[in-house]
Structures are given as structure tokens and as C-alpha cells.
Design a protein around this ligand. Structure first.
Ligand SMILES: Nc1ncnc2c1ncn2[C@@H]1O[C@H](COP(=O)(O)OP(=O)(O)OP(=O)(O)O)[C@@H](O)[C@H]1O
Ligand SMILES: [Mg+2]
Length: 239
């Protein structure tokens, strides 16, 4: 469904993505791991068409259509939903307001996918249902992250890209996220999960990539990476 081929992205003269290729198949969860500053957000921004960076070479095919060179709203309209790094919620809007403001009906030509109505979302995130009248500034970090994900879902995204959703969350909230992602996955939404939390990525993903200084240095099944101590030590700094 999404295919990134030999992507080269720059910030001015700084060549940050140096030939990234990866595939997100229909209905699968793909994780991208990598330490700070390795190019994860740069890849997400390149896919979403937000500049900077500038993509100078390579291709991003979404259901066969080239996304490179398209405007961000055009790309979002094609069904890509982003949960940006550093969950941005509005302090004065309630949970329900966040969700209704972002809501968009599903594209008429696709009849196979889930229509993410408010009811459906509250079913997936019962915690948000309990808090629907709470304002952004009254939510915990974990609840904000859930809201950021729910908001991306209400746009009826066909593919969800999440940039370090577990960042800054307490371990118990990361467990909750894991549970939510597995539920999301079983609803059939493909997920591109960018993470530094190896445990979370391994629990959720069908395929795992590792990025190191703008290049993919590893691709494998989560079960393989789980037992590959050398790769984990070398690229992820985990023992
Ligand atoms: N707006 C920018 N202008 C110039 N350089 C940038 C810009 N944003 C990021 N970079 C550089 O590009 C490289 C990749 O950054 P990126 O934000 O993609 O890393 P990341 O893997 O998302 O890291 P983190 O885990 O800390 O979010 C880094 O060297 C960073 O300093
Ligand atoms: Mg980042």
C-alpha cells in the first residue's frame, strides 16, 4: 500500500535521508526503530509532504500513486493520518470537541474500510468516552496520546503514521498503548509506528526496520530482532 523507494531528503545542504526504502503492506503494522536524530521524523515528514525537509530523489508510492511533490493536504486527503511527535492537543477544547472538529466522512469509493464514527472510537478508547467533557489541559499524558490517535482516526485515515507515541509516557501507559495498538491493528488499520521503545514496537509490529544515520540498516520479523542481541546493542543501545 505504501512503498518508499530510495528516498533522499535534505535540510538545506544536510543530506539526512540517504536512500531509505521500506514497504507498509495492506493491513499490517510496520515499526521503524532508531535512536535520536537518525531520521525517523524526517521520514515521516517526507511521507506527509511537510517541508522541510526537501525530497530530492526517490519515490513514495501510495496505492501506486506518487506522493513526492504533492502538498500535505493533498496527501492527507488521500487517506494518510499522522499522529505527530509530541502529542498536540488544545488545552481548552474538550475531548469530544477535538474529535468532532477533525472528523471527516470516509471517501465514498472505499467501502471496505471501517467508518470511524465517534461511537466506534469511544468503543476502542473507553477511557476517552469517560473523559469526553474533559478539556485538553485536564488530561494525563497517556490520555492526550490516545486523543491524538483518536483524532487521526476520525479523519478516516486508511493508514496511520505515528511518531514516537510512547515518548515521555510512564510504563503503565505504554502498556495501555500496546493494548490499544493491538486493538487498532485487529480492526484492520495499517500502522506505521516510529518508536524508540523496542518492546512496544516488537509487540505490535509485523515487520521491523531500523534506521541509522538516514539509512535502513536492518529489516526483519519482530521475533528475529527480539533475539538478535548484537543488532539491538549496535543500533538501539539496548543490552
Ligand atoms: N528542521 C531541521 N533543520 C535542519 N536539520 C534538521 C531539522 N530537523 C531535523 N534535522 C536533523 O536531521 C537529523 C534527523 O532528525 P530527525 O528529527 O529526523 O530524527 P529522529 O530520528 O526523529 O530523532 P528523535 O528520536 O530525537 O525524534 C538530525 O541530525 C537533526 O539534527
Ligand atoms: Mg523524531
Amino acid at each position: 500500500m505504501l512503498e518508499v523507494r530510495n528516498l533522499q531528503s535534505y535540510y538545506g545542504g544536510a543530506h539526512v535521508l540517504r536512500g531509505v526504502s521500506l514497504t507498509i503492506p495492506e493491513g499490517k503494522a510496520v515499526a521503524l526503530l532508531g535512536r535520536n536524530g537518525m531520521g525517523k521524523t524526517t521520514l515521516i515528514r517526507s511521507i506527509m509532504g511537510t517541508m522541510p525537509p526537501v525530497v530530492r530523489q526517490g519515490s513514495i508510492l501510495y496505492n501506486g500513486e506518487e506522493l513526492v511533490g504533492k502538498a500535505p493536504h493533498d496527501i492527507a486527503q488521500r487517506g494518510l493520518g499522522l499522529v505527530p511527535q509530541g502529542r498536540r492537543v488544545f488545552p481548552s477544547l474538550t475531548v469530544q470537541e477535538h474529535l468532532t472538529v477533525a472528523s471527516r466522512p470516509p471517501k465514498s469509493h472505499s467501502d471496505t474500510r471501517v467508518n470511524w464514527t465517534l461511537d466506534r472510537i469511544y468503543e476502542l478508547f473507553p477511557r476517552l468516552a469517560e473523559r469526553k467533557e474533559h478539556r485538553g489541559n485536564q488530561l494525563s499524558g497517556g490520555e492526550r496520546q490516545m486523543l491524538a490517535i483518536a483524532r487521526a482516526l476520525t479523519t478516516n485515515a486508511d493508514l496511520l503514521l505515528m511518531d514516537e507515541p510512547s515518548e515521555g509516557l510512564a510504563p503503565i501507559m505504554v502498556q495501555q498503548l500496546k493494548h490499544d495498538f493491538l486493538a487498532l491493528k485487529s480492526s484492520g488499520v495499517p500502522i506505521f509506528l516510529v518508536e524508540q521503545n523496542v518492546g512496544l514496537a516488537l509487540a505490535v509490529a509485523d515487520v521491523v526496520y531500523i534506521i541509522e544515520r538516514g539509512q535502513v540498516v536492518y529489516q526483519g520479523q519482530p521475533e528475529e530482532l527480539a533475539v538478535n542481541e548484537e543488532i539491538k546493542r549496535k543500533y538501539l543501545g539496548v543490552a
